[in-house]
Design a protein around this ligand. Structure first.
Ligand code: ZN
Length: 564
């Protein structure tokens, strides 16, 4: 069955709810472990069916934000998902207090019980209204950004469609394109400040209602950080500041020399090579076909995977009007089907979708035998290992997209991986400040952002933009609005993915096998357990970051970047 044929039907929530409540009641009165195990499985199936409908609705809404039907369905889900969470919480509660808990445990992944425990810490029926408000604000942000119709040189563009102009060879074009883009955010500055202030308040209220000092602690629990804490993260950020920021600065200096400028302005940063950044050749169809061929050649497992995605039309990749921004991979449990969404715009980002999002999809496809919905994807920092490592496993095929520019692509991919880490850590640091100071206003937040930018990204020169100088760059960073504390995850995963990169450089024959093993484990283990399973090192360990960066530096130094 193709994605278009997947049946969507809004469930009768009352009926479903009563059914699950009955299952929970039977669970509580069950007199054997086996009976309870069967009931958990039945409840999981039910929840999985409901989740699948919500996911199908959300995918179709993102494909066309102007489709009234799915817009309404999405509002329905915004309203009702918190009730599903409430039901799950009831289920978790019963499981964790079962007299047969020790007998039940071996039948489900161990992370299921950790997730149950953390979910209970993050939920109480008294915060349902808050959760609904949080969802509505998050949807408002998505819609605002998707509504962007930016006039530029006689044409109208969405935010993503402007990207090629922002990377344009002509300095004045990229400057004006970026001004046009930031102009959109400036026009909506008050709205964005209001949305974010409301989000910070509602999250803080939720945290306090649940008995936490502020949202930081709750944020970590919601992100399911089972094996690391705020101090470990702070220590990691310090290592980034000390060991990585100076290396990144040398890369920006090389870039300045390479593109022949006296000084690097903020609008020069996306432009990395004198004759332009590496761009993929071919139409979207040709790119997708080359992607399919690549996965056929990479391994048996990826061949089976990509054929499944194509056959069932589980990818919507090309940018069009009304489509939500960004890219994502999600999973529809009832069809055991991953789905990839993106906005191709003719830049190398299109290839990243085929490697990155496909890496996520490959993981969830590889672990589709896991029935427990909570454990199909691992927690975020682990999930990004699959996607970011796939970006490196596919390196040998870059000629099929970039031809003679493949090395240029590899250089900017790897340099980009390194340069990204300080930014990712900055986003994290910023959110710690925001949620530790929930009473401070929008002005304070903007000032703090700018202060942090100067620490982590000292090369940034906003002298031509008073708007960005105010500390507003983060308006475009959706995670800050929609997924608090989810961002450092990308940097943690990058440090892991770069270890796979090193193993590939060393031609370690075990590297792919360990990667595959990691994918098959899905979310059945915690982050640090998964890292260990794949024979990799924790990014929190002192010195790991430094040694990984050495490999990257060595590769970059071995390339004559002026000749690219
Ligand atoms: Zn990802």
């Amino acid at each position: 069955m193709k994605f278009n044929e997947f049946v969507y039907e809004r469930p009768d929530f009352e009926t479903e709810k009563n059914h699950i409540l009955q299952l929970i009641e039977s669970f509580q009165t069950a007199t054997s472990a086996q009976k309870q195990i069967d009931l958990i499985k039945e409840a999981n199936e039910k929840r999985s069916a409901i989740q699948s409908m919500a996911t199908i609705s959300s995918i179709r809404n993102s494909i066309d934000t102007q489709d009234k039907f799915y817009e309404e369905e999405n509002q329905f889900w915004d309203q009702h998902m918190p009730y599903l969470e409430e039901l799950s919480a009831k289920l978790y509660q019963s499981i964790l207090s079962s007299p047969y808990l020790n007998e039940i445990k071996p039948h489900f992944p161990e992370t299921f019980f950790k997730i149950a425990e953390y979910s209970l810490k993050a939920f109480d029926p008294s915060i349902i209204e808050h959760l609904q408000k949080e969802n509505a604000l998050s949807t408002e942000y998505t819609k605002l950004l998707a509504s962007a119709q930016i006039e530029f040189d006689g044409n109208t563009y969405t935010l993503t469609q402007l990207t090629p102009w922002i990377q344009n060879k002509d300095r004045s074009v990229r400057q004006r394109a970026l001004e046009a883009k930031m102009g959109f955010f400036e026009t909506h500055e008050e709205t964005l400040d209001r949305i974010y202030s409301d989000l910070v308040s509602v999250r803080t209220e939720m945290a306090q209602k649940l008995g936490y000092k502020n949202f930081v602690e709750l944020g970590y629990i919601r992100m399911m950080r089972f094996d690391y804490n705020e101090e470990m993260v702070a220590n990691y950020r310090r290592q980034v500041l000390n060991d990585l920021v100076p290396v990144a600065q040398t890369l920006y200096e090389k870039q300045r020399v390479r593109i022949g400028l006296d000084s690097l302005k903020h609008y020069d940063l996306p432009f990395q090579f004198k004759d332009g950044n590496a761009k993929p050749y071919g139409t979207p169809e040709e790119i997708i076909e080359a992607g399919q061929k690549m996965y056929h050649e990479l391994s048996e497992e990826t061949k089976e995977f990509i054929d499944f995605m194509m056959e069932h039309e589980l990818m919507d990749l090309v940018s069009k009007k009304g489509k939500a921004g960004g890219g994502y991979c999600t999973y529809i449990p009832s069809h055991k089907s991953p789905f990839i969404f993106s906005n191709f715009n003719g830049t190398s980002g299109d290839i990243d979708v085929l490697t990155h999002e496909a890496g996520h999809a490959f993981q969830v496809y590889s672990s589709s035998s896991i029935e427990t919905i909570e454990c199909q994807f691992p927690t975020m920092e682990s999930a990004e290992i699959h996607s970011m490592s796939m970006e490196f496993f596919t390196w040998p095929w870059m000629e099929s997209f970039f031809k003679e520019q493949a090395q240029k692509y590899r250089y900017s991919h790897l340099a980009g991986a390194l340069k990204f880490i300080p930014y990712g850590v900055l986003v994290d640091h910023f959110q710690h400040i925001v949620y530790n100071n929930p009473d401070k206003d929008a002005q304070f937040r903007k000032e703090q952002w700018r202060i942090l930018e100067k620490q982590y990204l000292p090369h940034i020169d906003y002298s031509d933009s008073s708007f960005l100088e105010k500390g507003t760059y983060w308006y475009q960073q959706g995670h800050i609005f929609q997924a608090p504390f989810y961002y450092i995850d990308y940097t943690l995963a990058q440090v892991i993915a770069l270890q796979f990169f090193k193993r590939m450089q060393d031609q370690d024959p075990q590297a792919w096998k360990d990667y595959l093993h990691l994918c098959q484990l899905g979310g059945t283990k915690t982050f640090l357990q998964l890292v260990k399973e794949a024979k990799l090192k924790s990014p929190f360990e002192d010195g790991v970051l430094k040694s990984v960066m050495k490999t990257v530096e060595n590769w970059l130094d071995s390339i004559d970047d002026l000749a690219l």
